[in-house]
Design a protein around this ligand. Structure first.
Ligand code: ADP
Ligand code: MG
Length: 580
């Protein structure tokens, strides 16, 4: 049978995995890497590059690259890439296409079916955008699985006979998500989720860059404006140093000049782990509020959490592990690589999808990611104030759910009311998102206080049905919201697929060469004149070899280039230094 793969489509990194008889396994990419950076670029020749090669290109040509597009899935934001306008769905589609090609090379057969994960808080529109991205890449998305649920599955909690309360602590590149997942009667249920959309490993990298700059008398904010190339370079240096500090006590950061180049006079700054811990400690306190919120929404205390699971590359930092241990008074689970668990869990789920009849084993339910309610007026003494939000379905209520609330007219002889439906967490509707509105008329005239029942029904697909009933006459008006939530239409997907076919990409066998070229271009600028001359000659040879299409010549020049880079850019092969 055709394999079904599990995919973690991440903000910073993505991964693909499959289920073997011995458990789930990561499928390596063309470079042998286990993670593929979620970065897309267009190189000088107008060809699309994805993953590590695009991340290299991003250091020297940030204008030709797009990253962090997962944040904008399901919105109208577009990116300009190599003179073309692309959507976040298309960019995600390119990442998925690359993972699909890796899986196909691995199995030596076509792969067209996948389980893809998304954050628990993704709304209907963002989930549809994820499905569209899959279809753009030529994948049938068998299931969208919540990331925290996937992590719990990777640790085998779906097989556990006991009921348990799990807390999934996911600190990625730019987001922090905490979810309470309950295992009950063999079903995994996301009870609550909360997070910080601007907290993650990137902040720790920036902290290093900022402190180094401070040492030279400039602020990060100022340097970003006056010397953006220096900052781009310093961030890359800071990233490598940060990951090294998870394994070692000290790391060295080289400081580029204003043009982002490393001259012979380039200064070196040594950073210790203790220093890094002190710098990021204040930022790290921001994990506490979302944890409190998720626990409160799940109506649990810290002590009632049975297991804590670490997810996300940034949890490789010893300080983060220590904090979690202090907060929960127990050792978190981290037997599996934190940046791989989500893909591994998705692979298990994919295996269950593939095994007919086994799907029911795993009932995954969901919660409403936002509070849903209506606009009301409030009376303060004789004063009538408009624009207040009155919640009908609270955030993190398990769905499907149906709730009814009663409202009444405020003016004498008022025969109609307008039901305005909002989602959000603010007291005032102006700060929330208007989902839809409709009119209910035929209310019998009379004194204020004529009653109208408003029922909200929210189903598993994120469809919200609002029904208003005039109590005196039983007259009903029904309004369905959220289906119109703008997923891509069939036609839009077809058009995107056609557009993608026009985007030239290198064949997969070329990936190693493309990555090597991009990496060498970056390293070139970091070298002193002498070494630069040597690298220049090696690059010329490699490019001539590629031109000749002679496999023997390509191989020979490639090896020479790789050898040089292994000496002059030891961390560049695998910048995170994370082992299997
Ligand atoms: P996302 O879920 O955002 O796609 P990941 O879970 O892959 O991302 O996490 C990426 C983040 O993890 C990056 O900020 C990266 O610097 C960080 N990271 C990866 N390895 C390490 C390490 N060894 N030490 C510290 N941070 C790391
Ligand atoms: Mg992630």
């Amino acid at each position: 049978m055709e394999p079904i793969v599990g995919i973690d489509l991440g903000t910073t990194n993505s991964a693909v995995a499959h289920l073997t008889p011995d458990g789930p396994n990561i499928i390596p990419n063309a470079l042998g890497g286990r993670l593929t950076p979620s970065v897309v670029g267009v190189d000088e020749s107008g060809v699309v590059v994805v993953g590590a090669a695009a991340r290299e290109l991003q250091v020297v040509r940030p204008d030709r690259c797009a990253a962090l597009f997962k944040r904008h899935m399901g919105t109208d934001k577009t990116y300009t890439l190599g003179g073309r306008t692309v959507t976040p769905e298309e960019l995600s589609g390119l990442v998925l296409r690359s993972l699909k090609a890796d899986a196909e090379a691995f199995f030596a057969r076509p792969v067209t079916r996948a389980v893809i994960t998304c954050p628990a808080y993704f709304n209907d529109r963002q989930r549809k955008a994820t499905i569209a991205a899959g279809r753009i890449a030529g994948l049938t998305v068998e299931r969208i699985l919540n990331e925290p649920t996937a992590a719990a599955i990777a640790y085998g909690f779906h097989d556990s006979r006991e009921d348990k309360k799990l807390l999934i602590f996911d600190l990625g590149g730019g987001t922090f998500d905490v979810s309470v997942v309950e295992l009950f009667d063999g079903a995994l249920e996301v009870r609550a989720s909360a997070g910080e959309t601007a907290l993650g490993g990137e902040d720790f990298t920036r902290a290093i860059a900022a402190r180094v700059l401070e040492g030279f008398g400039t602020s990060f904010e100022r340097a970003e404006v006056t010397t953006p190339l220096l900052v781009a370079r310093l961030i890359q240096q800071g990233e490598v140093a940060k990951c090294r500090l998870s394994r070692e006590e000290t790391a060295v950061v080289r400081v580029p000049d204003a043009a982002g180049e490393f001259t012979a006079a380039a200064k070196e700054v040594t950073v210790t782990r203790a220093q890094l811990d002190a710098w990021v400690s204040p930022t790290l306190t921001r994990i506490e509020l979302p944890i409190r919120r998720a626990l409160a929404d799940a109506k649990l205390t810290r002590d009632e959490i049975d297991e804590v699971i670490l997810v996300g590359g940034a949890t490789r930092m010893p300080l983060v592990v220590r904090r979690v241990r202090e907060l929960f008074g127990k050792d978190p689970h981290r037997r599996l690589n934190p940046d791989e668990v989500v893909a591994l869990g998705a692979a298990v789920q994919a295996g269950l999808v593939g095994r007919a009849g086994a799907v029911e084993d795993l009932v995954v339910t969901d919660v409403a990611p936002f509070t849903l309610g209506v606009a009301v007026v409030k009376q303060f003494g004789g004063d009538v104030q408009e624009g207040y939000f009155d919640p009908v379905i609270d955030r993190n209520t398990t769905i499907p759910v149906s709730r009814v609330k009663q409202y009444s007219t405020v003016a004498p002889n008022q025969t109609a009311i307008r039901v305005r439906v909002y989602q959000g967490e603010s007291r005032k509707v102006a700060d929330n998102l208007l989902l839809g509105e409709f009119e209910v008329n035929g209310i019998p005239s009379g004194p204020p206080g004529q009653e109208v029942d408003v029922r909200f029904t929210y189903d598993l697909n994120g469809v919200l049905e609002v029904e208003a009933t005039v109590v005196a006459t039983k007259r009903k008006v029904t309004h369905v919201i959220a289906r119109h939530a703008k997923g891509l239409s069939e036609e839009q997907v077809r058009r995107a697929v056609r557009e993608m076919e026009k985007l030239k990409a290198h064949p997969r066998e070329e990936a190693v060469n493309r990555f090597l070229l991009a990496r060498a271009e970056r390293v070139y600028k970091e070298l002193a004149v002498e070494a630069r001359r040597v690298l220049g000659a090696l690059l010329d040879g490699f490019e001539a070899g590629l031109e000749s299409r002679d496999p023997e010549a390509i191989g020979r020049h490639r090896e020479a280039l790789q050898h040089f880079l292994s000496l002059h850019d030891p961390d560049g092969e695998n910048p995170t230094g994370n082992e299997e």
